[in-house]
Design a protein around this ligand. Structure first.
Ligand SMILES: Nc1ncnc2c1ncn2[C@@H]1O[C@H](COP(=O)(O)OP(=O)(O)O)[C@@H](O)[C@H]1O
Ligand SMILES: [Mg+2]
Length: 341
């Protein structure tokens, strides 16, 4: 494995040159400067699409970037035209690599690493009891998954001089699961008072809660419910002292009509009938939609983190060309600072 949970080089890779040591949002570095980015959001909002676009954006800036997909639903792989969802980092573009984290496999690997005798580990791993245990142990799968992400983040190059990965983007599970995943390190640290598990959890917690190292991006669509859910997620993450760096408003309808256009359309509407009126109504409906989306964007800005806006791609985001376009839009929004609102 390229980055296993078994003992390996796990020196403290420099996480960032940023000066911030506490979570004072106004001086937190922008998302672009944080090495480890978690992309969160409700199912279907565009987490995988945004993760891929972010990865492409970082790789374009010359960062050696690793895209990590948790839970192996291989959406990311398909987006990037990868044949399979490999658990080994595989090159998917210039400076861009992708790997899948399979929580079951990672847990098995971790427990094998903890058991002293290989033969016993093999027998255990194949047994039903073992599976039942790994399913039932509270937080074990989450802890191992997080540990795996962390081990990629602190992995050093063979010369030990620099981190293996300049940027890591995690396509996280849907919000509730993802927040629970991120909270695991602090929880395990509390439960395991002292001892190696406590220490390991503390090392992981330090990295993922440090705003110079880690940035969480919460993705939403420009609608009332998704935006209010994203705001709730931001609050919950903040309450857990997890570093939210940006909100990403995905699928914004491009604004076609200016205020003057709308006024002209409204006056023209009174003068026409039939299909012409239908066309004007359609145009006005479109402009009302854009106005609603702008309102939702302002609401999201109330969350106190920079809002990165991504357009709705008319031809869909399921193609590489679409991702390249979104990557350019992401780049424009990336350097905004947290806490300016
Ligand atoms: N900006 C966008 N423009 C057009 N289609 C998009 C955009 N972002 C996402 N999509 C589409 O929305 C669907 C859900 O996106 P996906 O990234 O799989 O969401 P998630 O990972 O959050 O479940 C996909 O069909 C994707 O192509
Ligand atoms: Mg997805």
């Amino acid at each position: 494995m390229a980055a296993s949970n078994a003992p390996r080089q796990r020196g403290a890779a420099p996480v960032s040159s940023g000066p911030t040591l506490t979570s004072q949002h106004a001086i937190d570095p922008p998302l672009a400067e944080r090495r480890l980015c978690f992309v969160l959001g409700k199912g279907g909002v565009g987490k995988s699409t945004v993760s891929a676009a972010l990865g492409i954006a970082y790789a374009r800036q010359g960062h050696r970037t690793l895209l990590l997909e948790v839970a192996g639903r291989d959406r990311l792989s398909r987006l990037l035209d990868r044949a399979d969802a490999s658990t080994e980092p595989t090159v998917v573009g210039e400076g861009l690599y992708a790997a899948t984290i399979d929580p079951e496999e990672a847990t098995e690997e971790y427990l094998r690493g903890q058991l002293p005798v290989r033969a016993i580990a093999d027998v255990l791993a194949g047994s039903k009891t073992f599976r039942t245990f790994t399913q039932a142990a509270p937080g074990l799968k989450e802890m191992v998954t997080l540990g795996k992400i962390w081990s990629y983040a602190v992995e050093l190059r063979p010369d030990q001089e620099a981190p293996e990965w300049d940027r890591l983007v995690v396509d996280a599970p849907a919000t509730g699961h993802a927040v629970a995943l991120l909270e695991t390190a602090a929880n395990v640290r509390e439960i395991a008072q002292g001892g190696p598990i406590h220490e390991q959890a503390e090392r992981i917690r330090e990295v993922i809660s440090h705003p110079a190292a880690t940035g969480i991006a919460v993705v939403a669509r420009p609608d009332e419910l998704p935006v209010s859910e994203a705001l709730d997620a931001i609050d919950r993450l903040r309450a857990a002292e997890l570093p939210v760096a940006a909100a990403i408003l995905n699928c914004i309808t491009p604004r076609r009509f200016s205020d003057e256009d709308v006024a002209a359309l409204e006056s023209a509407r009174a003068l026409v009938n039939g299909s012409e009126r239908g066309a004007i109504d359609a145009a006005l409906a479109e402009s009302r939609r854009a106005a609603r989306e702008a309102r939702h964007a302002r609401d999201l800005e109330g969350g106190g983190v920079p809002v990165i806006r991504l357009p709705l791609l008319a031809r869909g985001a399921g193609r590489l060309a679409g991702l390249e376009e979104l990557a350019s839009a992401v780049t424009d929004g990336l350097s905004q600072r947290a806490g300016v609102a």
